[in-house]
Ligand binder design. Structure first.
Ligand code: NAD
Length: 502
């Protein structure tokens, strides 16, 4: 079905039909099972409860980990011939595309993301990345080292075993796929704990994996609260690796849990406060302002690499602020996220709305200049909406320039030149992403070199490709998502020394 031409009425119909039949249990050993507790999923566009979803406790995590361990030890997946494993993953990607309408609608209802973003970005991202990971499977290679004639040394790569994946709500399926797809491709079994704010879509994904021919027990999903199910998973003695995407504060807990339990491997993708630097010699001010607007307002600003700090050289500062003010105020149509014309939905929860409005108040109190926005859009008071907001005259000591707001709030900071820009850009505990806008090739290269970030764009922003590693420096994490390396990161090396002397 072509999802690009559907109307609001089509999506409303799809939402009602999907909610009636979508699974809400825990997915363990290839089947949906109940649990003692449940969590309510609330639609942040209107505050209505949309589903009661099973919430796992320690016992449920234990059952899911046992199922994952048994499936791994049984070898039906972990020792499946690479080509056969690839076939299952290719089929899995196809089924995600076929189920696209239901999957898209669930994330939109759960966390408020505009349906157009689901159709254009998240869905193709999830299916495409599963396919990319499938393509990597028979490219995982070891090596033979150069030794004396009496021995043969080889180094192979094998899956860890049981991988625990803990994911956030801002791209519910995509962030989960960045974990489970490479882990599965490498031959591991997985227990996924999605964010409690967006529990529905990953249950369908796990079922599609089994429909594609994935053996039961290889991909389990246990929803639940972070401090209950997430913690039990990260502390579990029989989980070999935990792969986490979420806040830096909880990422630090993952390191502690690993130390307190079995020293499981920990990969972290955490928060950010990403700078975009606009220098006087940038090639095209219009294109730069457009990228700045998209860089902060896409996905309601709930993006780990949101370009939330706009560092603008003084010579173009006035023009930049004026252009952003003129276009940024209107460019993102705020409204019902099921409406295909909406570009900005509500924030994920009313609590998030309160937190973001609190940052806006603080920005004003600390002396930043509010150019537009700052409140709840008229007529949308029933949802967790915040207007696209712009501050100028921000300095790097203000709270809005230091803390991750995770909402549609842009801050423009004037800077004196490239050196000051790099110093301000790096003055943060985070190091996820950055960009530089300049027509000077040498300057661009020097700034790419000097910026402390895992991803630096030049004269563009927020572009991604499956082949390019995505991940942070400093307290933005230690892992790399996307790319062949991410598949490799779900394997461990084994060295073999074979004595071939007569
Ligand atoms: P969060 O840290 O609150 O939650 C993330 C996950 O951790 C959820 O599944 C949650 O249930 C679980 N969790 C919470 N407390 C836990 C605990 N004590 N033990 C175990 N698990 C626990 O983050 P969030 O609000 O869901 O997501 C927003 C954050 O994610 C932002 O900081 C954002 O920058 C970050 N993020 C980073 C990337 C990246 O690639 N670097 C991508 C997306 C989001």
């Amino acid at each position: 079905m072509n999802l690009e031409n559907l109307s609001l009425a089509d999506w409303q119909k799809a939402a009602a039909a999907t909610l009636k039949s979508t699974p809400t249990g825990l997915f363990i050993d290839g089947d949906f099972v109940g649990s003692k507790q449940s969590i309510e999923s609330i639609n942040p566009a209107n505050g209505e409860a949309i589903a009661a979803v099973s919430a796992g406790d320690e016992g449920d995590i234990d059952r899911a980990v046992s199922s994952a361990r048994d499936s791994f030890a049984g070898g039906a997946w972990s020792r499946m011939a690479p080509r056969d494993r690839m076939d299952v993953m290719y089929r899995f990607a196809e089924l995600v595309r076929e189920d696209g309408q239901a999957l898209a609608v669930l994330d939109t209802l759960d966390m408020g993301k505009p349906i157009s973003a689901m159709v254009e970005d998240d869905l193709p991202g999830v299916a495409g990345f599963i396919q990319f990971c499938a393509e990597c499977i028979d490219k995982i290679e070891g090596r033979v080292t150069n030794t004396d004639a009496e021995s043969l040394h080889f180094v192979s790569r094998e899956p860890y075993g049981v991988v625990g994946a803990i994911s956030p709500w801002n791209y519910p399926m995509l962030m989960a796929a960045w974990k489970f797809a490479p882990a599965l491709a490498a031959g591991n079994s997985v227990v996924l704990k999605p964010a409690e704010q967006s529990p529905l879509s990953c249950l369908r994904l796990a079922r599609l994996f089994v429909e594609a021919g994935g053996p039961p027990g290889v991909f389990n999903v246990v929803n639940g609260l972070g401090e209950v199910a997430g913690k039990a998973l990260a502390l579990h003695q029989d989980v070999d690796k935990i792969s986490f995407t979420g806040s830096t504060a909880v990422g630090k807990l993952m390191l502690q849990y690993a130390g307190q339990s079995n020293m499981k491997r920990v990969s972290l993708e955490t928060g950010g406060k990403s700078p975009q630097i606009f220098l006087e010699d940038l090639p095209d001010l219009d294109a730069a302002v457009e990228a700045a607007i998209y860089g902060i307002y896409s996905n309601q600003g709930e993006v780990c690499n949101a370009g939330s700090r706009l560092l603008v050289e003084r010579g173009i500062y006035e023009d930049f602020v004026a252009a952003f003010r003129e276009r940024g105020r209107e460019e993102f149509a705020v409204g019902d996220p099921l409406d295909p014309t909406t570009m900005m939905g509500p924030l994920v929860t009313f609590e998030a709305q309160k937190r973001v409005l609190g940052y806006i108040e603080k920005g004003q109190a600390e002396g930043a200049s509010l150019e537009f926005g700052g409140g709840v859009p008229g007529g949308l008071e029933a949802g967790a909406y915040v207007e696209p907001t712009l501050f100028s005259e921000v300095n790097s000591q203000m709270t809005i320039a230091r803390e991750e707001i995770f909402g549609p709030v842009a801050s423009i900071l004037p800077v004196g030149g490239p050196e000051e820009a790099v110093a301000v850009a790096n003055d943060t505990p985070y190091g996820l992403a950055a960009s530089v806008w300049t027509a000077d090739l040498g300057k661009a290269h020097r700034m790419v070199r000097d910026l402390q970030a895992g991803m630096v764009w030049v004269n563009t922003y927020d572009e991604m490709d499956f082949t390019l590693p995505f991940g942070g420096h400093k307290q933005s994490g230690n892992a790399r998502d996307n790319c062949m390396e991410s598949v490799i990161s779900y394997t461990q090396q084994k060295a073999a020394w074979i004595n071939i002397a007569e």
